[in-house]
Design a binder for this molecule. Structure first.
Ligand code: AMP
Length: 456
């Protein structure tokens, strides 16, 4: 099967697909569309960039258009998305695919005035794309009735759980009618997602489009070992020498993203930051400028970037290597979309070499090293047998620790000093850290290394 006709799609949807310029279904489309058209539940392991939106939107539209209710429309399909950006993009896809159909949809999310959303709901609509918070708000205000939902799609379920939406999801599930068709997509399938899937999918067809196969193929990956202090200059050098017109740079923290935008600006490179502390207006503006080619560089944190669906991204920079190896796969998947190719650079400093080990373990391959740049730093290369996630301590941190360990202990406290220190730090600094960085991932530092390792 390698064309859309053979998947059983109607003429109107085939026209829409054609006008989008799709000629061949992607693997996730090939595997999901027929069972969804046949009324089955589907559990899909697939990330953004694989064509998963069309994989659920096309069959949902087709089945819904078979019987269009008379009179005022009511919500027959609910798509839950973790982020506003992803919700907006799903909405855009529904607009494109449903242009020949008499079905309407609305995207609702928080951070913006609810009145236009309420008005659209009052008029009546067939398909609702929503983030959990605003959905539950509007349900609470009795603007939304989910009692006649026929399709329930939970998109990016792993990210939903990461963002703490499990209770919200369970609340929503209780409001749905028993008889409905379900679809769950997730980029990864940890046991928490398998449990969630088991709680509401019925006899689901399982589809696994593993990120390894999709992302790694067309993306040229390179690792550059570099001192932390040289990363900015290395980035500027690559952007300038390669005349990057559409690139995305990932930092671990929101603060780091803001700072880097300023620094790039000082080097004459126009960039915008996109992260959770930015207002919805600022995020939309940054993304629109980037999509239109006015801003060549977007600096993003992981949560905000998930679902950024811009086809022409040629470069992805892992300015900070992610501490979760799965994030690496998501990040590099921002390039090489829709059949194009791209290059993904990973800047690895000496505190991140363990992250690199974890990433290489996940993707099952060693990433090629580019040491031909001016800032090559062999001290950041992982040591033989280095364990994933271990953060190498620098000298000053080590010294500090050894001084601390020499301090006299009180007789009552028999705990090893390093643990006493760490728990104290966690309660005091932890608050500041979350406040400063929006809980956007751990910062580097010697005392964090134990926690990092414990989490793996
Ligand atoms: P998604 O994974 O749904 O975010 O889709 C990623 C990108 O692939 C979007 O820009 C889609 O427009 C595009 N796309 C989806 N299906 C196809 C296809 N069959 N052929 C080419 N591009 C596609």
């Amino acid at each position: 099967m390698n064309n859309f006709e053979s998947l059983g799609l109607s003429k109107k949807l085939l026209q829409a697909v054609e006008s989008e310029g799709y000629t061949t279904p992607t693997p996730v489309q090939e595997q999901s569309i027929p069972p969804l058209l046949a009324g089955r539940d589907v559990l899909g392991v697939a990330q953004t960039g694989t064509g998963k939106t069309a994989a659920f939107a096309l069959p949902v539209l087709q089945v819904m258009s078979r019987s269009i209710p008379q009179g005022k429309r009511y919500i027959r399909a609910l798509i839950l998305s973790p982020t506003r950006e992803l919700a907006a993009q799903i909405g855009e896809r529904f607009s494109a695919y449903s242009e020949n159909l008499n079905l309407n949809h609305k995207v609702i999310f928080g951070g913006v005035n609810q009145n236009p959303q309420v008005r659209a709901l009052q008029k009546g609509l067939d398909i609702l794309v929503a983030t959990p918070g605003r959905l539950l708000d509007l349900i609470g205000q009795r603007h939304i009735d989910l009692s006649r939902v026929e399709f329930f799609v939970l998109d990016e379920a792993d990210r939903m759980l990461d963002m703490g939406f499990i209770r919200d999801i369970n609340k929503v599930l209780k409001l749905l009618p028993k008889k409905r068709q379900n679809l769950l997509f997730s980029a990864t399938m940890p046991s928490s997602i398998a449990d969630l899937a088991g709680s509401f999918l019925y006899n689901a067809v399982k589809i696994d489009v593993s990120p390894k196969e999709i992302t790694v193929d067309r993306i040229e990956q390179k690792i550059m070992f570099v001192r932390k202090a040289d990363k900015r200059r290395l980035l500027v050098q690559i952007i300038k020498s390669q005349k990057v017109k559409c690139g995305i740079v990932f930092t671990r923290t929101k603060h780091g993203a803001n700072r880097l935008v300023k620094q790039l600006d000082q080097s004459g490179i126009s960039a915008a930051a996109i992260h959770g502390n930015k207002s919805q207006g600022a995020r939309t503006k940054a993304l629109a400028g980037f999509k239109a080619g006015r801003i060549p560089i977007l600096v993003a944190t992981d949560i905000a970037s998930r679902g950024i669906d811009v086809d022409g991204i040629t470069h992805v920079f892992n300015y900070d290597l992610p501490n979760e190896p799965e994030s690496y796969v998501h990040r590099i998947g921002r390039t090489a979309r829709a059949g194009r190719s791209g290059v993904a650079y990973g800047f690895c400093d000496n505190s991140e070499s363990g992250y690199l080990v974890g990433i290489q373990q996940l993707i099952g391959t060693e990433i090629a090293v580019d040491d031909s740049h001016d800032f090559h730093f062999p001290g950041a290369i992982p040591k033989p047998g280095q364990r994933p996630g271990k953060i190498k301590e620098n000298k000053s941190q080590k010294k500090k620790k050894s001084i601390d360990n020499k301090k006299p202990r009180s007789g009552a406290d028999k705990k090893p000093n390093q643990y006493r220190r760490r728990s104290k730090n966690n309660s005091r600094e932890g608050k500041n850290r979350n406040h400063r960085n929006g809980n956007n991932g751990p910062r580097q530092g010697g005392n964090r290394s134990h926690r990092q390792n414990n989490r793996r």
